[in-house]
Design a protein around this ligand. Sequence first.
Ligand code: PMP
Length: 398
Amino acid sequence: MNFDPIFFRSQFPSLQSEGIYLDSAATALKPLVMIEATNRYYLNATTVLRSKHSQALALDAQYELARVLAADLINAPFNHEIIWTKGATESINLVAQSYARNRLQSGDEIIVSELEHHSNLIPWLQVAEQTGAKVIKWEIEADGTLSTQHLQLLMTNKTRIIAVTQMSNVTGYQPNIAKISQLAHQYNAIIVVDGAQGVIHDAMDVQRYDIDFYTFSAHKLYGPTGLGVLYGKSELLQQMNCWQGGGKMLKTTSFTDFKPANLPYKFEAGTPNIAAVIGFYAVLDWLKTLDSNTAERYTIDLVRYTYKKLCALPNIKIHSRANSPLLSFSFTDIHHDDIAILLTEQNIAIRNGELCAQPLIKALNCKGVIRASFMPYNSQTDADKFLFAVENALSILK
Ligand code: PMP
């Protein structure tokens, strides 16, 4: 397999327009195969897992094949361990409410890293409030990394859960998941890994790293919005209560109780986001044709090139790792909003602010960052236009 950046880029219709898209960490652009698959679904729309007419049965098969491809992506041992959710946010809430809420007792501890996106912090704060458990902050080191030695000092016989990201959406730092997982299990705790950013660049092998729960959103992996994956170990998912009730998550019911359906359906109440699953099937199938290692190296090279040039700018502070696919920076003398406005005027799409990671931004000692995130569909021209636009913004503001 070969990675051809020009051919790869040509598969994204929205890149035919003028602008430079460097906001893929917020959501990735969509390849034509995904758009066409979603369109085809809507042209012949029907339901899944309910009706028995031939159109619906054919769609059932494709719907379940998407689950198989999602399981393959993260090396999940069983397809029924893949739960369709609305996104990473909903997946983590599901684990907090359905796994943690019934198990945590007053005084139990949930260790959450300081790197986390709000969606891997707030659900734990909520369940801590509901149960009397405590959220323990695992602080970053001065160099922005997470130390597992530091983690070991935080762990006690009350530690029940470690919640950690596979890759920070602000700094691109990737914690040592293998070691964290090993520590969690040594203390009889579980590990919940937020793969929302990591999955784009290097999908998790949930068996190799012995992950209890792993989640990601389809829309950051070239897929549709409104769809996410929650992977959980069968034995954990089986013990968990259903989170939401409704159609197809049960075997039998009466006015007194109900018997839940088998996995994965007990967690998939109501008509699912069929169009998104079908669109995501197309993406996962298409991704098999991508030489992802070469594509990733190409992306990192682009970021390195941009990083080096940015380093030369006056009063800049770069907060992201040199070998990560995203570039976050701030200026000591200019507000990030001012730069962002001037970049927008020059047709450059970036993200700025706290990036849904307020505690981390505070730890980084700045008011907010400007984040340019790259994907293999970006080009050297994109990097150069971005750099030119930043310099231009600086010359206007100074
Ligand atoms: N975690 C991280 C690290 C993220 O970057 C995001 C998306 N910004 C999320 C979780 C939440 O993903 P979603 O909004 O798709 O649920």
